[in-house]
Design a protein around this ligand. Structure first.
Ligand SMILES: C[S@@+](CC[C@H](N)C(=O)[O-])C[C@H]1O[C@@H](n2cnc3c(N)ncnc32)[C@H](O)[C@@H]1O
Length: 255
């Protein structure tokens, strides 16, 4: 019975993903200028790229939220789509800029050269090594040299998950680093990256870190420093009392 329910769920998920993909393609196609730039970019790019639904959600988010300072972790065709949206925002009186972080020179050069001239002014590409960092009991990796700006939208699609010290599979730490060091309210999208999404669901709670299985994206925020500081590991015994079950297994939660 459980297997049957599971297989139905998987079928529905596949159908929902196909529908989301179709909606994304049609919506992007409706913007003729953007679509033509996209096709041109994709034909030349050797980057892993993004799914159609990622690209549509990124475009829509930038158009709707009108961010002023976007931090993009792992540039590529995602940079093109967001910078195109920024150009349209600017025409309506809402200027904005992207800081795009890359750890490998090869991909930085590719992203810079594929960025169309008329969209270059919206992006500052930054090359930076990947370093390790920790928050409470979590170990992650982040770009070392992220410029200190009041970011209001962050797209997490890098760096590589592996820790330089021992090659362990960890999570993408930058979002914590930014939230910790700003008073701004931040909204973020994490591209799939399950370890990263898991950490954010754990430290911010499900209401601030929503993973959408159809889109395979985690929507984080709006959140600020205070949301992080509410985590007090010495106090998890209080959480235990709230979650405690008289019989069976009790899930230990951090908040
Ligand atoms: C998931 S990719 C970023 C994709 C980007 N957002 C895009 O729209 O194309 C994350 C990082 O992987 C590296 N990368 C990109 N393409 C790659 C490839 N084809 N093979 C191995 N690594 C790649 C780059 O360092 C990049 O910053």
């Amino acid at each position: 019975m459980l297997n049957f329910i599971y297989s139905i769920k998987l079928k529905l998920l596949k159908i929902a993903r196909r529908i989301a993909r179709r909606i994304a393609i049609n919506s992007l196609k409706a913007n003729k200028g953007l679509w033509s730039e996209l096709k041109n970019y994709q034909a030349k790019s050797k980057s892993t790229g993004c799914s159609w639904s990622d690209l549509w959600i990124l475009y829509k988010t930038v158009r709707e939220r009108k961010p002023k300072d976007i931090l993009e972790l792992g540039p590529g065709v995602s940079t093109l789509v967001m910078s195109y949206a920024l150009m349209e925002n600017e025409k309506e009186g809402f200027p904005g800029k992207i800081t795009a972080m890359e750890e490998l020179e090869k991909y930085l050069n590719m992203a810079t050269s594929l960025q169309p001239d008329f969209l270059s002014k919206y992006v500052n590409f930054v090359l930076s090594p990947r370093i390790e960092d920790t928050f409470e009991l979590f170990r992650g990796v982040r770009y070392q040299d992220v410029p200190d700006l009041p970011y209001d939208f962050i797209f997490v699609d890098g760096p590589h998950h592996h820790a330089p010290s021992d090659d362990a599979f960890v999570f993408d730490f930058d979002l914590i680093h930014i939230i910790k060091n700003t008073t701004n309210s931040i909204y973020a999208i994490i591209d799939y990256r399950l370890t990263t999404s898991y950490v954010f669901q754990t430290i911010l709670g499900l209401d601030k870190a929503k993973f959408n299985s159809v889109l395979e994206l985690c929507f984080v925020g709006p959140c600020s420093k205070d949301d992080l500081l509410q985590l007090n590991l010495e106090d998890i015994s209080k959480t235990l009392l709230r979650e405690a079950r008289l019989f069976g297994n009790t899930k230990i939660k951090l908040k």
